[in-house]
Design a protein around this ligand. Sequence first.
Ligand code: IPM
Ligand code: MG
Length: 365
Amino acid sequence: MASYKIALLDGDGIGPEIMREAIKILELIATRNDIEFELDHGAFGANAYFEHGHPFPDATKQLCDEADAILKGPIGLSHEESKKIPVDMQPERGALLPLRARYNTFANFRPVFLPKGLAHFSPLKPEIIGDGIDFIIIRELVGGLYFGKKETGINEHGKRYVSESLEYDEDQIARIAKVAFDTAQKRKRVLHNIHKSNVLKSSVLWNEVIGEVSQDYPEVEVKHILVDAAATYLCLNPGQFDVMVMENMFGDILSDQAGGILGSLGLMPSACVGPDKAYYEPAHGSAPDIAGQNIANPYAMIGSVAMMLEMSFNLEAEAKNVWHAMQSVFTQGYSTPDLSSPGVAVNMISTDSFGDLVAAELAKL
Ligand code: IPM
Ligand code: MG
């Protein structure tokens, strides 16, 4: 029997609630595929800081080192609570970026998917949504401004100043470009390259390398779009996109905008893949305002499980089944209060009931 270790990092806020639903799905998949998933929880995030003195404790690092894959919940506390944590120990800087750096998870996949039946979640008009939204953002995740040199101090005029640098070398660009071209090759063979080469030198090099890598993918058409224009097109005509590739900060911002056109970041799972290890996480935050109320939708968390099944364990058919199960719970008219939009008639259920229904649908497939 195949046996895999999965490190579960519940995180903060709604993290533990949605993790419970993800576990239901993993357990069902394990039983019916004769697989063993060894599931171990590790402390990670703001709560880990308060309980263990560090947001990414050594014990969690070891757990992750030994795991075949990592499933991570959202992290972070309210603005007020965060202030109780020293800046470098806050979970984004103290845990999440170090997790990405530790496993060099340079390739971030963020599918932006809303089938026609779920179009009512989107704030866009039906005529713009057409047959639904279906594209994927591929974001470089371990370079650029978020990982560049940082300096703060007092300048020669006695003024406080800050400097942060955006650095990429050609290898870092080429490896994410290959991931993007490979993905485009498997889909519609159109790749949108997002850049800002009219201003940033980093984008000039980025585009050069994209051009070089494209030589190996003659069947993929590359379309270049400035990042600011891409933000507009995402609202006006998201249907034109299939695969989009971009550097770290552009991807951070545009993927949140993409969550907006779906209607919620709660509908966006993600995969963060490195050379030897991958971790999976919902792209949304920890929603401290609704934590503990059993109303958060576990879709992005369970979707992250689906991505793990496909990308880490080669269980492609089961990954599809998980997606189908979730869609059918939605199309039967169920939703959770956090996702509901005013005026839409839905049968409002709790986080755990939603997870139960997904598991029941999955059991039928
Ligand atoms: C994301 C998040 C993170 C990022 C934060 C929490 C550091 O916004 O995964 O998009 O900026 O990458
Ligand atoms: Mg973000």
